[in-house]
Design a protein around this ligand. Structure first.
Ligand code: UDP
Length: 456
């Protein structure tokens, strides 16, 4: 690729020299080069620019008294200027309000008010309302082609990765989220992301220094990211012993309050992972920040990806007969080298239990996924893991229903605003209403009570 080749020219030894050479080139020439390489997504720039300009103009007019007030009271000191790499790699200065101390400063930070002056950058055509993350020159990894791809759009005041990170579903890095955005950028999508930024701002959180292990209502949560968990699962398949992994959501916590055996199993699982918005909110209420929403459904494709070509043996146990087979077909289509050594639905006669366990043992499965729903699956694993011989077993609830296509998953935008549970409720209102409309509140009530009493 010409652009790639040009950027990674051997003579350009340091990042700064490369950047400065890039900047010094005529913009039009660069733009043509980028277009000719086909790395610009199918973005219709004109509607996007018109949308950005109109919104920024109205917002600037409405906020002009605030800008004038800050300028009068603090002069130039009232504004901060940050060097950024913008559209086509052209540098610009992003405007912000300078930080202020005290409660007012904290409110401004919390509500993102300090970023409002960059509406000026949007008016000037240096930024967009929604776009890839604005990066500073020092942050650019010059050897990554995608980094330059990102520069093919104006950086955004709001970016997709920020929204996902705030809502704890930023599983990929910011660059991947930006590339995803570039591939599907439309004004409609921008509006959607901007709308999701509001709940992300108000209810999301920065998990800056989370603890390794946090505890809610006497049940620990291993505060890990999705990739940590994948790494651990692979480790467990190599090391001595057999491990149980459990996911806990608000409903699981409620069940555990009345089912001491289940609670004990959660407490003694090798990993207990925080699943869903309820646990995240509990974390916020108790000041125990949860790194990531690590649920089985999001973990599964990543696990399949990690298992590809490793030869590790995977056994799928649970759900209805055609459902478990559907998951096998899904995996075979997308991750053909994943080794599924057995599939068994859960609607077998109790008298056939020994046979089922025997077939898992015979398959020499390394990883066993059990989808019986909580707490049944956790109890089953605790009771039979030794006999199955599997190295790791995970209770995965409705995961098979999603990947077999029996139940569709909430659209990404709903997950980003923490409303996946509502989608689930709409699909099975009779079964789910109590879990979500009563269960979530009961859980948060227990959490608040625990906070008031000052107990774990
Ligand atoms: N299930 C099962 N045996 C049962 C009850 C449920 O195999 O006796 C399966 C059911 O078919 C579904 C999964 O367990 O695939 C449970 O899904 P649920 O939605 O309850 O799980 P969640 O993810 O909400 O914990």
């Amino acid at each position: 690729m010409a652009v790639h080749g040009m950027l990674l020219n051997k003579n350009m030894t340091t990042g700064t020299s490369l950047l400065s050479r890039w900047w010094k080139q005529p913009r039009a020439g660069l733009w043509v080069q980028i277009l000719s390489e086909g790395i610009t997504p199918q973005v219709n720039h004109l509607p996007k620019r018109c949308f950005d300009f109109s919104v920024a103009l109205v917002a600037c007019l409405l906020l002009s008294p605030l800008f004038v007030l800050v300028a009068i009271l603090r002069g130039r000191e009232g504004f901060e200027r940050i060097e950024r790499v913008g559209w086509c790699g052209v540098p610009f200065t992003e405007m912000r309000f300078a930080p202020i101390q005290g409660r007012l400063g904290a409110v401004c930070k919390l509500l993102g008010i300090y970023r409002l002056p960059c509406l000026w950058n949007i008016l000037r055509g240096e930024m967009s309302l929604v776009g890839p993350r604005a990066v500073s020159p020092g942050e650019i990894n010059l050897h990554a082609f995608e980094v330059w791809q990102r520069q093919s759009l104006r950086p955004g005041l709001i970016c997709l990765w920020w929204v996902r990170k705030r809502m704890n579903i930023g599983f990929e890095g910011e660059l991947q989220a930006d590339i995803e955005y570039l591939a599907q950028c439309t004004v409609k999508r921008d509006l959607g992301i901007a709308a999701r930024a509001l709940p992300a701002l108000l209810f999301g959180g920065e998990a800056k220094a989370p603890q390794e292990k946090v505890s809610f209502l006497g049940i620990p949560v291993h505060n890990l990211t999705m990739s940590d968990v994948i790494e651990k699962i692979l480790d467990f398949t190599e090391t001595e012993g057999q491990k149980q992994i459990s996911f806990v959501n608000a409903d699981c916590y409620n069940i555990a309050q009345r089912d001491s055996e289940y609670k004990r199993i959660l407490q003694s699982s090798e990993l207990t992972l925080a699943d869903g918005i309820g646990v995240k909110l509990a974390g916020k209420l108790l000041g125990r920040l949860i790194r990531q929403n690590v649920n089985g459904t999001d973990l599964f494709p990543r696990l399949c990806q990690a298992l590809e070509g490793t030869g590790k043996r995977l056994f799928l146990l649970g759900a209805r007969p055609e459902v478990a087979e559907g998951v096998r077909a899904w995996v075979a289509e997308r991750y053909p080298s994943v080794n599924i050594v057995g599939v068994q639905h859960s609607y077998y006669d109790k008298s056939a239990e020994g046979e089922v366990i025997h077939s898992i043992r015979e398959s020499e499965a390394d990883i066993l996924l059990v989808a019986f729903g909580a707490p049944h699956q956790e109890r089953w694993i605790a009771e039979h893991l030794t006999e199955t011989g599997a190295k790791v077993a995970l209770g995965v609830g409705g995961l098979f229903d999603f990947y077999s296509g029996r139940i569709s998953r909430a659209p990404q935008w709903m997950r980003e605003i923490g409303m996946e549970w509502f989608y689930r409720f709409l699909q099975e209102p009779r079964r789910m209403w109590r879990r979500y409309f009563v269960g979530n509140f009961v859980f948060l009530y227990h959490i608040l009570m625990a906070r008031l009493r000052g107990v774990e």
